[in-house]
Design a protein around this ligand. Structure first.
Ligand code: CA
Ligand code: CA
Length: 271
């Protein structure tokens, strides 16, 4: 709203100045002078429309990448949103997790066949004391972001390898080699929380966000199945986007206005 008043004040200022100039030149007394004033007003209206259009859709994004063998703990530093850029309308945070490779070995050591489901890959989450990572429902942003395979299995009764001897060979064992998996979670920070936390999102400084990527495996089974894990390779990114309405720079608008008026004055002199 403050920006709209700025623009209106600016337009009134330009129109007043131009009417003064036109009067001074004596051109306001004839039709050509009046035409010029009408043109100036039209240009000012056009400038307001143009500056309004440019005020929407501005986004400032920051991305930090990670890669390694879980568990991975990274502290990422991001710039706060400088309010001199414009009016902040939203903060969107996205965590992307990729998982590849690793081996998940299952071995049924019970006297009967076993069936079940396993999950294997990586799981990511974020936390911070500098800023509050909650959405308008006070749910964690982005929550747990999984990049894992979910697969059912069916293994025969133990073939004699017995407990404590993890054997991936069949028919009572198996080895799953990790596929390429990907997952992402996005959240919008509640605007009530932008200034909360030790640092907050607004200002000209920075804040830290901790990103934790875990090796993920989960087993649900009917029988006496033992398992082992060779870790996956994980990678991904944290992206923070500030969505805002940009403030048009008065200096730029003034230069544009003067640029449009100079040819008009030249045409008037020729006439
Ligand atoms: Ca076995
Ligand atoms: Ca065994």
């Amino acid at each position: 709203m403050e920006r709209i008043f700025d623009i209106i004040n600016f337009v009134i200022g330009v129109v007043t100045a131009l009417i003064f100039i036109a009067n001074h030149l004596g051109t306001i007394k004839n039709e050509r002078g009046l035409l010029m004033v009408r043109r100036v007003i039209a240009i000012c209206v056009l400038m307001v429309v143009l500056s309004s259009v440019s005020a929407f859709g501005a986004v400032y994004s920051q991305v930090q990448n990670f890669a390694g063998t879980p568990n991975i703990n990274n502290t990422f530093t991001f710039n706060q949103f400088n309010t001199s850029l414009g009016t902040l309308t939203g903060i969107q945070i996205t965590l992307t997790v990729n998982s590849q490779g690793g081996i998940y070995v299952l071995d049924n050591d019970s006297d009967s066949a076993a069936t079940g489901t396993f999950e294997f890959g990586a799981m990511g989450s974020m936390s911070s004391t500098d800023v509050i990572l909650l959405n308008s429902m006070f749910a964690s942003i982005p929550g747990n972001v999984g990049a894992y395979q979910t697969q059912t299995f069916s293994l025969a009764a133990d073939n004699g390898d017995g407990i404590g001897n993890l054997d991936s060979t069949g028919p009572d064992g198996m080895a799953y080699i990790g596929h390429s998996e990907s997952g992402s979670g996005t959240g919008t920070v509640s605007n009530m929380l932008w200034s909360m936390g030790a640092k907050g999102f607004l200002g000209t400084g920075t804040y830290n966000i901790l990103c934790n990527i875990m090796q993920w495996s989960n087993l649900t089974s009917t029988g006496g199945v033992e398992y082992s894990v060779t870790p996956v390779t994980a990678s991904g990114s944290v992206q923070i986007s500030y969505i805002y309405d940009a403030i048009p720079e008065p200096a730029t608008l003034t230069i544009l206005a003067l640029g449009m008026l100079i040819p008009m004055k030249k045409r008037m002199k020729k006439a």
